[in-house]
Structure formats: structure tokens, C-alpha cells
Design a binder for this molecule. Sequence first.
Ligand code: FPP
Length: 223
Amino acid sequence: MGVPQHVAVIMDGNGRWATSKGRPRWMGHVRGAHTAREVVTYCAQHGVGQLTLYAFSSDNWKRPADEVGFLFDLFASHLERQMDRFLEHGVRLSVIGRRDRLPHALCEAIAATEARTAGGTRLHLRVAVDYSSRAAIHEAFALGEGMGSTRPGTNILPPVDLVVRTGGERRLSDFLLWESAYAELAFLDVNFPDLSIADLDAVFADYASRERRYGAVPVQVTG
Ligand code: FPP
């Protein structure tokens, strides 16, 4: 199958990574941000056209307020620090999800990064923040959009080829449910901060070996 054109990553296991080392959960998120940077670089270098990262689910509001606040501060500082790298790698950054509940400073960092990277053509990086796939689908129906619309202003994305979830769980958890209809799924037992280049190589090699039939019959070998 070659290289997946749209990869989606559920970055799970930051908290467990930290707890298993006797460290506070926020350290797992800091290490996770470092891994996220490596994933972006990996995808840009391997010809992936679109990468969507699940950074904060609308259900993550149930977490303690200090963890939520820490994550938002981390996202904002990460965007600011990664700007040059995005420009260097031809990365266009977009954020999907609700913005009306996000802190003002984060909204400003998002808007600034989106504006400055708008010309990036190598990799479209989308970060899902306060995102719910069911809400996005519901909203698209309410707007009367054809499903599969990728018009700006809707949170319905192009189809996903490969979903990668770290952290050992085997579920999609309200992430890109519509877009993942025919996606190949890779569930890894490694916690996100420990995700390595070798893990990504293995996932991409496995993807390349899969036959995607979209409901059709297998390709016949004739001879
Ligand atoms: C899930 O792990 C992870 C999150 C809710 C936050 C994801 C954020 C990052 C990886 C850092 C920043 C990313 C970007 C794109 C700037 P968890 O906390 O649910 O882990 P657990 O299941 O072990 O508790």
C-alpha cells in the first residue's frame, strides 16, 4: 500500500509513563510533546500528506483543572517553539475542535501559528483540541453539509488511512469516527512518550503490507 497519506495518532499513555517512573503526570505530557515533535518530523520526511494528532478530547475536561490548564499552556508554548520547525519542514498547522472554551492565550497562539504556516504544502498537521468526533458529525449534519465535506469551518476531515493508538487500549474514543471508516488500525502497547522511530518504522511497514479492498474482492493473480 505504500505510505499512508493521512495518519491519525491517539497519543495515549503519558500519565502512565510518568506514574510508572514515580513522576507527576505533567512530566508525561512534556515528554509526550517531545514525541509529538518527532512524529511530525517522521511523517514530513516519509511523505505523509496529512497528520492528525489527538491532543485533548472534549471528554478530557473531566480531568483535574490543574492538569487541563497545564496541557493548554503546553500546547501554546509548543506551538510557539515549533513555529520555525514547521516553516522549515513545510508544515501547515491547523487546530480542529471547539475554540470557545479554550484560554485566550492558547487561541492567540493557534491563530498566529495557523496564519504563519498557511503556506506549508508538505504536511498538513492538524491538532485536535477540545475535539469530539460525534459532535463534529452532528454539527456537519446540522449545517446540512454533505458528509465528507472538507470545507473550512467544518470539522469533518478527509478519510484517514492509518490510525495509530499508543498506550495499550484498543478503541477509537470519539476520534475521527467518520473519517476512519476504512482506516487500518495499529494499536501499540508502548506509552506515547516511549514511541520510537523503530515503532513508527514497524507500523508503516505493516501498513504497507496490508491489502485495502474497500469492500471489493481480492486482486486476482493471473498468470
Ligand atoms: C493522553 O495520555 C494524552 C493527553 C490527554 C494529552 C496529549 C498531549 C501531548 C502528547 C502533549 C502535547 C502535544 C502536542 C501536539 C503539543 P493520558 O494522560 O490519558 O495518559 P494515561 O492514559 O496514561 O493517563
